[in-house]
Write a protein that binds this ligand. Structure first.
Ligand SMILES: NC(=O)c1ccc[n+]([C@@H]2O[C@H](COP(=O)([O-])OP(=O)(O)OC[C@H]3O[C@@H](n4cnc5c(N)ncnc54)[C@H](OP(=O)(O)O)[C@@H]3O)[C@@H](O)[C@H]2O)c1
Length: 250
């Protein structure tokens, strides 16, 4: 039994750093052709230059800001031009924390656009290709804050609860086409997003509350995503796989 993505096209959003970059690197090692996104145009140009020199796997990066409707629309048009996308990882996500009564409406709109509307638009586009090809694996990167919540997480939590709603409905609709759709809900992972939200002291305190006694590394989430995205997964669909070192159970 071997996980292999040879001859498969895999889309990962938010693949320039954090978990998305880890997923992209791991899919590349396993032979996938990649469609990847990030927001910084200069960085994307550099990454595309480097990708052209890499003979191992084909990687095409797109500069797209999911907070900008025009940018998202242009990216959806680019997806529509593909003949085949086998795997889609809706990973790009942002968070800004605040008490509900101090929340900015701009933050509500932006976080919803990036964390929920973009995955919906992308799922809508890739599911057409996947239905036609009678094969697909979609994974939405949700969060433990799609199951539980915490003060100051009203917007983020709303998007992650919503994302799993999208997973379940798409899984029901797409099952007859051999398109399997799941959520993966990481706990606390050591990425820039985490470091931008939590202080060192908060991270240490939270790590003590995780039964595993530490935060996750991105590759520990990636290994779960790789299985769900692979052809080894033939029957697991509509589920939310929580990878949190047992945090939500205590
Ligand atoms: N870190 C955690 O502990 C944790 C826990 C549970 C769930 N998650 C979820 O896991 C996913 C990845 O998180 P991460 O920690 O790896 O994040 P990260 O390190 O902050 O990386 C976020 C990625 O999303 C892209 N992105 C940011 N804003 C965007 C926008 N407006 N439009 C399009 N793309 C945008 C970034 O692109 P640029 O590099 O160009 O900015 C980057 O590639 C998110 O959905 C997050 O909610 C994270």
């Amino acid at each position: 039994m071997k996980i292999d993505f040879q001859d498969q096209t895999v889309l990962v959003t938010g693949a320039t750093r954090g978990m998305g970059k880890q997923f992209a690197d791991d899919f590349a090692k396993l032979g996938a052709d990649l469609i990847l996104t990030g927001t910084d145009k200069d960085k994307i140009e550099t990454l595309n230059r480097e990708a052209r020199r890499d003979k191992q796997s084909s990687r095409k990066y797109y500069a797209v800001d999911f907070a900008n409707a025009e940018s998202t629309k242009a990216f959806i048009e680019a997806i529509d031009a593909y003949q085949k996308i086998d795997v889609c990882i809706n990973n790009a996500g942002i968070n800004r924390i605040n008490f509900i009564d101090e929340t900015l409406i701009e933050d509500w709109k932006e976080i919803l656009a990036v964390n929920l509307e973009a995955p919906f638009m992308i799922t809508r586009a890739v599911s057409r290709l996947m239905k036609k090809n009678r094969y697909g694996r979609i994974i939405n990167i949700a969060s433990i804050f799609g199951i539980i919540s915490k003060a100051k997480r009203s917007i983020y939590t709303t998007t992650k609860f919503g994302l799993h709603g999208l997973t379940v409905t798409a899984a029901i609709e797409l099952a007859p086409y051999n398109v399997l759709v799941n959520s993966v809900s990481p706990g606390f992972v050591l990425t820039e997003l985490t470091k931008s939200i939590l202080s060192e002291a908060e991270m240490e305190d939270l790590a003590r509350q995780v039964p595993m006694g530490r935060f996750a590394e991105p590759d520990e989430i990636s290994r779960v995503v790789l299985f769900l995205a692979s052809s080894l997964n033939t029957y697991l669909t509509g589920q939310n796989i929580v990878v949190d070192g047992c945090f939500v159970n205590v």
